[in-house]
Design a protein around this ligand. Structure first.
Ligand code: ATP
Ligand code: MG
Length: 771
């Protein structure tokens, strides 16, 4: 995992806040104030400077140790009075150890939220903290509390939505286990409390347990890890009441796009295999543990350890979680979002069918490795659960119809082909089921036709991923994160900087690292990663090796790209370098659906398989490989997974760009999922990756308060003691500035506006009010 492993530091840290430190250091050592000293283990300790001689200082550490160190290695610490300030911008010395210490100071006192200028930093407490509930909601609503909080962000979003009639978005980011989903739920609670009344808010909150059951799983990093991304758009009426909501989910691997409102991105391979110590989606375990007896009998349910899809990873339970109890919570939630009893039973039947599919095994029938399914209870159960004949199921799993020249032939499958077909069917059923469920939920929450300019969207999408081995899934996820990072950058830095430049003010340019180069590496046509992947996917003879070679051939001169040995390549992402292994890239990108499986589902007597089949046919008209296509050949017209993913991502970005964004950066303080432990190195790396350090630095080194010449002149001209020769607003403004002896470094005069450092306008206002 990128942030916990010693990943290379992101490029943003090059242009660090430390560039002014040498001056400050000499000040610190002269005045003998306290400083930060970095211990060999990388942690920072508060040191007192005992004496300084030449370039050396003698310091004493809290444990009493006295050391002689190079003065340059000391970093100034803030005076005690600034301990635990609730906005990092208030720190006098704005260096990395001071930021880390401030967050740690607050975290130790259960103050898990801190502002970094416009961004909210949320540190996962991994325990219940007394910061939520109706009393707090009331307090934030009445503004009787001002400390940073998700509630405060949600409140600002509601206010700006109402005042400006502009849609808002709240964007969570952070690595797995950092608290994005929990934080999103807390924001939803606030919106539901303030916009409640119609009852629909209750339904909206109940979508969480459903989506988590079907889309979350226990991984090594998070017991409740979301394996899909989600955008929920909550609509408000003119009177400020919630009028409906719409959910978009993003799943990977099998991209199932039904309406413009669904982007589906998820690690579906989890359905058929998961790593040691991890689990498949929660719902499978909940069903096996919680189904009442009649349902168990109907579905022929066994214990979890009897299903091959669930028993390979040696992990069946999550500490502190009762799967049976969760099953009842999910059932109740399904009732609330109006999924009928009959539909619920069909959903459970599909889940059981997936589990039984995994237990289907194959027998060799000739000496060419061809197989057919063993006619045991697994085959019978699957056929019964989806409503087809066992013969048809067997045929669909062990043969493939092909057209060769003018003839239709039936090709027998080998063992590995049959297993792939079986697993693909299981994944398709699960993907379709998830998508169908979201569709039902959306029907229940349906938003009226009128678009009001009154909605708040909450985006909870997984963060950057870098593992020991990175595949197509990480490739897509990291590409999406690269885009989201640009959205963040653009909003917070670029717009700000461009405004300075546009107004022609003399502002020492902050060396701001945009990630456009990396995005170009992905998106450029025809020589970008995505185009080259698509091109190679359409060649019948293309393989992962030819793909990797093509990348090296065309992209090696790109500074964000590096070809690696064998089939790998490395991309320099904003958050660090990631090496991708191209194994499986082409196959996953082609995402061929075999017509035989779809035909099987369409012939089933049960209604869900029929719906699934027609959905798959509709979406994949161009992606299906079947008798109409040549053996092994791929249709050049079809849309690849990467292309669909890219266009969905663009749709998402477009939607976000039409909103006023509010960013919440979630931070995981340790890798143990336990309270009370704060690992400085781990936190620091996350702060860098998500741009928090940059935000603070840029905001402070800039001129955050602005006013047009006209407005400034009008507001303060009556304070002028002397007449100004020229009456144009600029001359009047300059005269005011001079009269009040505002130091030249505290303001800048732009073409249209005056720019001030923090605090300056406050001083002028004070004078104005007392004149
Ligand atoms: P993933 O990317 O894997 O989905 P995530 O960022 O969504 O991770 P969460 O599932 O929200 O992470 O949080 C992980 C766990 O941390 C939660 O199950 C919960 O135990 C704890 N947690 C997170 N935020 C809070 C909070 N505000 N208060 C208490 N516990 C929290
Ligand atoms: Mg999550």
């Amino acid at each position: 995992d990128l942030v916990s492993a010693a990943a290379p530091l992101p490029s943003v840290s090059k242009s660090n806040i430390e560039h002014r430190w040498s001056d400050i250091t000499s000040y610190t050592t002269k005045k003998k104030v306290q400083s930060w000293f970095q211990l060999p283990n990388g942690n920072w300790e508060l040191a007192r400077i005992v004496k300084t001689a030449g370039s050396e200082s003698v310091i004493s550490l809290p444990d009493g140790k006295v050391l002689k160190v190079n003065s340059d290695s000391l970093i100034p610490a803030n005076p005690d009075i600034l301990d635990g300030v609730d906005d990092l911008m208030q720190l006098s010395f704005l260096n990395e150890p001071s930021v880390l210490f401030d967050l740690q100071y607050r975290y130790n006192r259960d103050m898990i939220y801190t502002k970094a200028g416009p961004v909210l930093v949320a540190i996962n407490p991994f325990k219940k903290v007394p910061l939520y509930g109706n009393n707090y909601i009331e307090a934030y609503k009445n503004k009787s509390i001002e400390s940073p909080h998700v509630y405060a962000i949600a409140d600002t979003a509601i206010r700006e939505m109402t005042q400006d009639e502009v849609n808002q978005s709240i964007i969570m980011s952070g690595e797995s286990g950092a608290g994005k989903t929990e934080t999103a739920k807390i924001a939803m609670q606030y919106l539901a409390a303030l916009g409640g009344g119609s009852g629909i808010e209750y339904e909206i909150l109940k979508t969480n347990p459903i989506l988590e059951a079907f889309g979350n799983a226990k991984t090594l990093r998070n017991d409740n890890s979301s394996r899909f991304g989600k955008l929920i758009e909550i609509h408000f009426s003119e009177t400020g009441k919630i009028s409906g909501a719409k959910i978009q989910t993003f799943l990977l691997e099998k991209v199932v796009l039904v309406t413009p409102f669904f982007i589906v991105l998820c690690h579906l391979s989890r359905v058929v295999q998961c790593a040691e110590g991890e689990r498949s989606y929660h719902i499978f375990y909940q069903l096996c543990a919680g189904a009442p007896r009649t349902l168990r009998e109907k579905l022929n349910l066994k214990d979890v350890n009897e299903y091959k899809y669930l028993n390979q990873s040696n992990c069946y339970s999550i500490s502190g979680v009762d799967d049976a109890e969760q099953f009842h919570i999910v059932k109740e939630a399904l009732d609330i979002v109006h999924v009928s009893e009959e539909d619920q039973e069909s959903v459970f039947a599909m889940l059981a069918a997936v589990l039984w599919l995994g237990n289907i095994s194959f027998n060799m029938i000739d000496n060419e490795n061809h197989v057919e399914a063993v006619a045991d209870e697994s085959l019978i159960n699957v056929a019964q659960l989806i409503g087809c004949e066992t013969v048809d199921l067997n045929l669909a799993l062990s043969t493939r119809k092909m057209r060769v020249g003018h003839d239709n032939i039936i090709q027998k499958l080998t063992l590995s082909q049959a297993i792939d077909t079986r697993d693909a069917l299981a994944k398709s059923i699960y993907a379709c089921l998830f998508e169908w469920l979201v569709e039902q939920i959306n029907k229940s929450l349906a938003v009226g036709k009128r678009r009001t300019g009154r909605s708040i969207s909450i985006l909870d999408i997984y963060g950057f991923e870098s593992f020991g081995r990175n595949s197509f899934e990480q490739f897509c996820i990291n590409y999406a994160n690269e885009r989201l990072q640009q959205h963040f950058n653009r909003h917070l830095f670029k717009l700000e900087q461009e405004e300075y430049i546009q107004d022609g003010i003399d502002w020492a340019k902050v060396d701001f690292d945009d990630n456009q180069d990396c995005l170009n590496l992905f998106e450029k046509k025809p020589l970008g990663l995505l185009s080259l992947l698509d091109e190679e996917s359409t060649f019948p003879n293309g393989t992962d090796i030819t793909f990797a070679n093509k990348l090296k051939q065309h992209l090696n001169s790109n500074p964000c790209f590096r070809g690696e040995r064998e089939k790998a390549f490395t991309v320099s992402h904003f958050a660090g370098e990631v090496t991708y292994d191209t194994t499986g890239f082409l196959e996953k990108n082609r995402d061929l659906l075999h017509l035989d499986s779809i035909q099987l589902l369409s012939l089933c007597l049960c209604h869900l398989p029929q719906i699934f089949a027609s959905n798959m046919l509709n979406q994949s008209e161009k992606t299906v490989v079947g008798p109409l296509h040549k053996a092994g050949g791929a249709d050049s017209q079809k849309l690849s997974v990467a292309t669909k993913f890219k266009s969905q991502l663009f749709q998402l970005m477009q939607r976000l760009e039409s909103t006023t964004p509010h960013f919440i950066r979630c931070i995981k303080p340790n890798n143990l999922q336990s309270p009370g432990s704060y690992e400085q190195g781990l936190v620091l790396q996350q702060l860098r990756c998500c741009g928090v350090l940059e935000v603070v630095r840029i905001s402070r080194s800039g001129f955050p308060s602005r006013m047009s010449h006209q407005k400034f002149a009008r507001r303060y001209c009556f304070l002028l003691l002397e007449n100004v020769a020229s009456q144009d607003p600029l001359s009047v403004s300059v005269a005011i500035l001079h009269q009040f002896n505002i130091l030249p470094e505290m303001y800048q005069v732009g073409y249209t506006k005056l720019f001030f450092r923090t605090g300056q306008i406050g001083i002028l206002e004070d004078t104005r009010n007392h004149t």
